[in-house]
Design a protein around this ligand. Structure first.
Ligand SMILES: C[S@@+](CC[C@H](N)C(=O)[O-])C[C@H]1O[C@@H](n2cnc3c(N)ncnc32)[C@H](O)[C@@H]1O
Length: 261
């Protein structure tokens, strides 16, 4: 399946208005379930937080409302942040347009989260390693970093092009997914067809999968202790080759939890 040569727009510019219906809500419900279980298991406490690669802000909004803490919601995409502004309009979420690789929060936080492949979007050679260092710099000693990643075990074959069609209100989202095992890159062409336009709008996403060994080494280099790695599907400790993992890491140092509000 191919799309006629159309101008490709920047990532998430066309998908943003359809994102919540197509992907955001179902994903958020899974993310919330996982976070509630694992934050209890690891006794993660925080009186402020940052959600990195926050997308449309559903998880940031949840943290702010249900945990009653101020939250920074960080994303590189102005289009996703526009939707986040609406979703978070009545909560204590403050939006920041920043690149995770140059993260600079206005204040250190007790908890940084990054959900649904946001860190897989860092595809350059040193991107994830640098991002871990920036996250550590913006966390208080003893603060937690909770994130997911898709792994090299994500079931894609070199030869196939996967087509995924998702209907969202007034829009049809089609993803063409290709896997390059040599560079461990997943390339996704996203076509968004809206009911009031005959032509689909295209954008192009790239994600890189990282080995467990790379992730562990770079976290430790950045001063994190890994408290747990879980299979995202079962939430059991990761074993074998899970497709997506959730990592709970803690910045070295003593954490002193004081609720200030
Ligand atoms: C698949 S979406 C996930 C959004 C949200 N975390 C969720 O759970 O629905 C990935 C998000 O990461 C953002 N992103 C990609 N690269 C980024 C970067 N370098 N810095 C900040 N955000 C980034 C994208 O703009 C997008 O909103």
């Amino acid at each position: 399946m191919a799309f006629p040569a159309l101008q490709t727009k920047r990532p998430y510019s066309q998908l943003a208005p359809a994102y919540d219906q197509a992907l955001g809500w179902p994903t958020f419900l899974r993310t919330r379930r996982s976070f509630e279980r694992l934050s209890r298991l690891y006794d993660i406490r925080f009186h402020n937080a940052a959600d990195l690669g926050c997308g449309t802000g559903l998880f940031a909004n949840y943290l702010s409302r249900c945990w009653d803490v101020p939250v920074w919601a960080v994303d590189i995409s102005p289009d996703m942040l526009r939707v986040a502004k609406r979703n978070c309009s009545s909560s204590g979420v403050r939006l920041l347009q920043q690149d995770i690789r140059c993260l600079r929060l206005p204040e250190p936080v007790d908890l940084a989260t990054s959900n649904f492949d946001a860190l897989n979007h860092l595809t350059g050679k040193d991107d994830l390693r640098v991002a871990f260092q920036r996250v550590a710099e913006n966390l208080r000693p003893g603060g937690h970093f909770y994130f997911d990643l898709i792994t090299p075990c994500f079931p894609l074959s070199k030869r196939a092009v996967y087509v995924r069609k998702i209907a969202a209100q007034h829009r049809q989202v089609t993803q063409l997914i290709r896997w390059n095992p040599t560079h461990r890159i997943i390339s996704i062409t996203v076509a968004v067809q809206s009911s009031d336009s005959p032509r689909a709008k295209l954008e192009f996403h790239r994600e890189r999968v990282y080995s467990f060994e790379e992730v562990g080494r770079w976290l430790m280099d950045a001063g994190f202790v890994i408290r747990g790695v879980h299979d995202e599907q079962t939430l059991e400790p990761a074993s074998g080759c899970p497709q997506r993992i959730i990592v709970v890491a803690q910045k070295s140092g003593t954490y002193s939890y004081k609720k200030t509000r």
